[in-house]
Write a protein that binds this ligand. Structure first.
Ligand SMILES: Nc1ncnc2c1ncn2[C@@H]1O[C@H](COP(=O)(O)OP(=O)(O)OP(=O)(O)O)[C@@H](O)[C@H]1O
Ligand SMILES: [Mg+2]
Length: 462
């Protein structure tokens, strides 16, 4: 194959990608540059191809360029966030992967793959500004946001009462709290109650879901940024400063990048934060409540949660049992939800029939209390003039597979069968969570709809 043919193949290939691709030769001259990259940087391909890096991007300081580091120091950079101005002065933020290409010990090129996260950054900036705006008003929390107290936490089963008692104790002191509970078990409810009952109640309670924000932005959101830390960065307080004196709820803390977890640990130990790019240590006094919805031991085993951070946060441990393990609470919760939705829908359902309660107790609620609430809301809204909620008003998902997978793989078991069993169970659970919506379940499982349909048939999940 000639060099020209080979070049054409590479060009066609990188044109197909959504990510921007930029390849320079050993002298820093652009040899490949795709239109995705040109679109991000708002330059034309011709402005970069055949030109040296610093001609194409005159505003960029060479020492800060990842591509330059790759060429001169053979340095790989992964997911480094860069904010810079393109030729026409438009500011863009990208997340980059940059590698040197080394042949027989010699660096012959550098490749940069780049994801445009400008919109994401704008979004996170707006988010912080909005929060800051809300904080400046008189009340520490905006009135539209429902705040919970222990009075809102319902449940009398032994398993649950013990947990509530622990949480009440937690409100009396100031230690970090680690809450583990499946989705919908009331982690937010507990976190807010602990804050509102404690001595910090007059101060802000700020919640941040660590999974909802791109990794590279989370640090700035938590600790703030300083002017000049990267082009266009402004002086802004992060959540730690905004919540000073109060509480920060870090939801799904295992989604926080590993490096950031160790920075967080340092902040907790030293009670100082430093804004990105800043040199000043700013004292902060914030109580941390962290949550996870998978077992912490498993998260640590998977390398998603740092052990040292976990032990630092886990001063008070609150483990909320799933609803299927405290079925005694179903009646009480249902009645309270009936009352709530009677008002909303102008209905008069006064009680739950025995068989309706039995049906609810037989169900395993993968979505926990949130799911029960939805089921009761739906039932109440569907009711006519009746005063009893009967089982025919209950629309319970019914996607179960006959055989639960064996807990542990053991001798004599066929691997295929064991794995299929697990797959069937996961699919069935996801179908329940999504109320039988195949499209949504497929999205959650990150498989194609057709694939899911095929598997539903194969495993006879209906
Ligand atoms: N014990 C309870 N008593 C009354 N309502 C509850 C209880 N537990 C949960 N709820 C209700 O269930 C819903 C879900 O609760 P919450 O948002 O606190 O769950 P979560 O554990 O944070 O879920 P996720 O992991 O999905 O964020 C809320 O509407 C909450 O009021
Ligand atoms: Mg939550």
């Amino acid at each position: 194959m000639t060099e020209e043919q080979y070049r054409k193949i590479v060009d066609e290939l990188i044109e197909l990608l959504d990510e921007g691709v930029y390849i320079v030769d050993k002298d820093g001259v652009g040899i490949h540059y795709n239109s995705a990259m040109a679109k991000t940087e708002q330059v034309s391909v011709g402005d970069v191809l055949g030109k040296k890096f610093h001609e194409a991007f005159p505003d960029f300081r060479l020492g800060e360029s990842t591509i330059y580091k790759a060429l001169t120091r053979n340095q790989k950079t992964r997911s480094d966030q860069q904010t810079y101005k393109n030729m026409y002065g438009k500011e863009i933020t990208t997340e980059n992967y940059t590698i040197p290409v080394i042949v027989s010990g010699e660096t012959v090129a550098a490749i940069e793959v780049s994801k445009d996260i400008t919109d994401m950054r704008t979004m996170s900036d707006t988010l912080l500004e909005l929060r800051e705006g809300a904080m400046k008003k008189e009340s520490p929390r905006s009135p539209e946001i429902k705040t919970y107290t222990f009075d809102d936490i319902l449940g009398r089963s032994d398993a649950f009462s013990a947990v509530v008692a622990r949480a009440r104790k937690a409100a009396e002191n100031d230690a970090s709290v680690f809450i583990y509970g499946e989705t919908g078990t009331g982690k937010e409810l507990f976190a807010q109650s602990i804050h509102n009952q404690g001595r910090r109640s007059g101060k802000p309670f700020l919640a941040q879901n660590c999974a909802a924000i791109p990794e590279s932005l989370l640090e700035g959101i938590l600790f703030g940024t300083t002017k000049g830390s990267f082009t266009g960065a402004v002086d802004r307080a992060g959540l730690f400063e905004q919540a000073n004196g109060g509480t920060i709820l870090l939801d799904e803390i295992s989604a926080m990048p590993y490096d950031l977890q160790s920075k967080l640990l340092r902040v907790l130990q030293e009670s100082y934060i430093r804004r990105i790019g800043g040199s000043k240590d700013i004292p902060v006094d914030v109580r941390i409540i962290a949550t996870v919805n998978e077992h912490p031991e498993e998260l640590m085993a998977k390398g998603l949660l740092r052990k040292d951070l976990y032990y630092r946060l886990n001063v008070i441990n609150i483990s909320i049992p799933p609803l299927r393990e405290r079925k005694d609470d179903i009646a009480l919760l249902s009645e309270s939800f009936m009352e709530k939705y009677n008002k909303r829908y102008h209905k008069e359902i006064w009680m739950l029939s025995d068989e309706a309660l039995e049906k609810l107790q037989a169900y395993d609620f993968p979505g926990n209390v949130r799911e029960l609430e939805n089921i009761i809301e739906q039932a109440v809204s569907m009711a006519d003039n009746e005063h009893v909620l009967t089982s025919k008003l209950l629309n319970l998902p019914d996607f179960r597979v006959a055989k639960e997978p064996p807990v542990r793989f053991s001798d004599g078991m066929a691997l295929d069968e064991y794995l299929s069993n697990i797959e069937a169970q996961i699919i069935a659970d996801e179908m329940v969570k999504n109320n039988g919506n195949i499209t949504k379940a497929a999205e959650a499982l990150k498989i194609r709809r057709q694939t899911l349909q095929h598997k539903l048939k194969k495993y006879e999940i209906k």
